[in-house]
Design a protein around this ligand. Sequence first.
Ligand SMILES: Nc1ncnc2c1ncn2[C@@H]1O[C@H](COP(=O)(O)OP(=O)(O)OP(=O)(O)O)[C@@H](O)[C@H]1O
Ligand SMILES: [Mg+2]
Length: 260
Amino acid sequence: MTPLVVLDRVSKHFGGLKAVERISFTINQGLITGLIGPNGAGKTTLFNCITGMYQPTSGSITWCGAEKSCLLNRLKPHQVTRLGLARTFQNIRLFANMTALENVMVGRHIQSRAGILGAIFKPARVRSEEQEIISQARRILGLVGLADRAGGLAKNLAYGEQRRLEIARALATEPQLLLLDEPAAGLNPSETEDLDALIKKLQQELRLTILLIEHDMKLVMNISDEIVVLDHGELIAQGPPAVVARDRHVIAAYLGEEFC
Ligand SMILES: Nc1ncnc2c1ncn2[C@@H]1O[C@H](COP(=O)(O)OP(=O)(O)OP(=O)(O)O)[C@@H](O)[C@H]1O
Ligand SMILES: [Mg+2]
């Protein structure tokens, strides 16, 4: 297995609160890693540390990309995005009054070469780049099953569609690593099954590496290759789903008996 991100004793404290405490694990290339644990375990905080939104209190997070290896914990969020990481948020953060297509284009513009002057004067090169961005955004909407919703305002999409649009916007930056924070939250069982299939498709067709926070145990156990379990900021178990599901610490802290 080839590591893509290596976390080494990562801690994040808020005053006296140890939200994340000396967490070490590896996100391997091409795999889906599930990150689970009870409410307040530190999952989102860890996402924020990996994506440059929080500076860890201590420890290191190393990006081992094919082109470049560097410390993520020294970078700002936009620099992390440029390296090839993209995320969705636990609470949907779309541009409500923009169309689905425009929401994806916003993500894509991060990769665009045209600067401010180019955007104002629109020379031929910029115009053709914009056409390319539009067709790329349409392709991505197709990939997540929203091809026919391109012109609809984000706020008018059904909740499940908004969740997919969030993923589409993240994909627009052409990431190698996609971090999904509770993508199934609020979805009904059939929407959750569709999401399950979508995440698998992203792994297989786009060869994405995925870090997935999820409380839906059926989903996470089904699609994860590896699982990391946090509790009170600490890592209490890691391994393949079948092994983690039988771990007595995990059962006591989170799963309960029905997953034995
Ligand atoms: N910016 C912050 N300032 C202070 N405390 C914070 C901050 N962000 C998170 N925390 C605290 O850190 C702990 C971990 O929170 P976090 O949001 O990472 O948990 P989580 O595992 O994502 O939980 P959930 O499953 O409910 O989303 C909680 O006690 C939370 O209140
Ligand atoms: Mg969270």
